[in-house]
Structure formats: structure tokens, C-alpha cells
Design a protein around this ligand. Structure first.
Ligand code: IPE
Ligand code: IPE
Ligand code: MG
Length: 248
């Protein structure tokens, strides 16, 4: 990177893509127009993340609470995920992007589940950029499902309750095997997590960008990473020198 930022690059960047509706409202357009433009931003930012050498990019596309929106908007958002996978999967694959979708699949339309399976299967051996799409995702329900799975293993006798550690919990989440996000960016000026990666964000750096998601640019991504690199991550210790380097 050209800007002289001191810290290391984040391995895992996660983004709460917010502000599509306000982007559309400002233009007197229907909300779906904002979501469509938001998909264009997804394309641009995925490309930029690959070029920046980010290893993991997680995008929050639809929360488990977004079902509370009008049926028409929910259906528009489902349609856009379909369109994104149909239109972009081949190019993502060519560019070495691995696609993984986290969240509940049970209540998604069968054709969407099939598209998700296709995307994950086709790209599973790619390693240039690992793209995780959080869709019908909620941190609380993810942790609840993990607890249910652990409880089943306890009942079956394969886990001793005394041996349950934070690593056990991590390994039962949708993000099993993925390092926790170093940096979480939320666009549109809102300052909350909205049920995103609750367990995994324990020590994430948070950066809030004013831009509405459809207006978010690679320069703003670089600026957020620059801010991340200037921060001192202590993980509860006294100085960054005390911080264990972690795996990798
Ligand atoms: C983000 O934009 C997209 C989703 C949550 C699916 P919003 O639709 O939340 O846009 P605002 O917050 O209403 O502007
Ligand atoms: C969070 O945005 C969910 C996604 C970006 C997919 P929301 O717009 O749904 O969040 P709230 O309702 O403002 O907290
Ligand atoms: Mg919003």
C-alpha cells in the first residue's frame, strides 16, 4: 500500500452494507433501486478487496430481522441474491474467489439454496479471496444453533461439558475455520452491529463510514483500512507489543 500506515493489513474485513434505502429516497426512487445500485458496489468492492490482498471479506446482505420489511422488498432482496450469483459466479470463479454463504438456509426458497450450493461447490478450492456472504444471518440465532449442536454432542457423549471452551463454540458457528474479523465497517453513519458477527467481533476494530453503501468506493475502503492500521490493538493486554501474534 502506498499510504504509510504503520500496522499490518487486516486479514478479514467485514462490512455492514447499510444505506441503500436512503440512497434511493434521496433520488425519489423506489428502495429497490438503492438495492440494485448496492449490488454494483458489491462488485466494485469485491474486486478492490482482492487487489488489496485482503484474505477474507464478509458482506452482510440480509439479516434475520430483515424479514420484518414489506414482502415486496424482501422479495426484491431475494431476487438480487439470485441475480448476483447467476451473473457474477463465473467471473468470481475465474478470479479465484471462494464463495461461502453464512446464515439460516431453512426458510430460503429452494432455488436460492440450490444457487448457494452451486456457488460454494464451484469455488470451494479457490484461495485468492474468500468471500463470505451473510444472508438470512443473525448472530444470536447463529450462537443459538451452535449451542444446540453442542448440546446434542453432549447428549450423545462425544463432548464432556467440562471441556467446552471458546474454541468449541467458534468451531460450531457458521464461520468455523475463519479467523475473526479484524475490521468491521458499517456504512451510512449508523453505529450499531445489528446482530452481525456478535461472537466473532469480540476484538474487531469498528470503523463507521458516512457514505451510503451505493456511494461507497474503493478509496473509502482504503481509508477505513488506513484507520484500522493506525489503531493500537491490545486484546486486553497493556501494549500492542504484548499481543500474541496469533496463527498465520
Ligand atoms: C442495506 O440498506 C441493505 C439491507 C439491509 C438489506 P437498507 O435497506 O437498510 O437502507 P436504509 O438503512 O433503509 O437506508
Ligand atoms: C443491517 O442493516 C443488515 C444488513 C446490512 C443486511 P439494517 O438496516 O437492517 O439494520 P437496522 O435495522 O438499521 O439496525
Ligand atoms: Mg438500513
Amino acid at each position: 500500500m502506498s499510504d504509510a500506515a504503520p500496522g499490518t493489513m487486516p486479514r478479514h474485513v467485514a462490512i455492514i452494507m447499510d444505506g441503500n434505502g436512503r440512497w434511493a429516497a434521496k433520488r425519489h426512487l423506489p428502495r429497490v433501486a438503492g438495492h440494485r445500485q448496492g449490488v454494483e458496489t458489491v462488485r466494485v468492492i469485491v474486486r478492490a478487496a482482492g487487489e488489496l490482498g485482503i484474505e477474507y471479506l464478509t458482506l452482510y446482505g440480509f439479516s434475520s430481522e430483515n424479514w420484518k420489511r414489506p414482502a415486496e422488498e424482501v422479495s426484491d432482496l431475494m431476487g438480487l441474491l439470485r441475480l448476483f450469483i447467476r451473473r457474477d459466479l463465473a467471473e468470481l470463479h475465474q478470479n479465484g474467489v471462494q464463495v461461502r454463504v453464512i446464515g439460516e438456509r431453512d426458510h430460503l426458497e429452494p432455488d436460492i439454496v440450490a444457487l448457494i450450493d452451486e456457488a460454494e461447490t464451484l469455488t470451494r478450492d479457490n484461495h485468492r479471496l474468500k468471500l463470505m456472504i451473510a444472508f438470512n444471518y443473525g448472530g444470536q440465532s447463529e450462537i443459538t444453533s451452535a449451542m444446540r449442536r453442542i448440546a446434542r454432542e453432549v447428549r450423545a457423549g462425544s463432548i464432556d461439558p467440562e471441556n467446552i471452551t471458546p474454541e468449541t463454540v467458534s468451531a460450531h458457528l457458521d464461520t468455523a475455520g475463519v479467523p475473526d474479523p479484524d475490521l468491521i465497517i458499517r456504512t451510512s453513519g449508523e453505529m450499531r452491529l445489528s446482530n452481525f458477527l456478535l461472537w466473532q467481533s469480540a476484538y474487531s476494530e469498528l470503523v463507521f463510514a458516512e457514505a451510503l453503501w451505493p456511494d461507497f468506493t474503493p478509496d473509502e475502503l482504503r481509508a477505513a483500512i488506513g484507520e484500522y492500521r493506525r489503531r493500537s490493538r491490545r486484546f486486553g493486554a497493556t501494549s500492542s507489543d504484548d499481543v500474541p501474534r496469533g496463527e498465520g
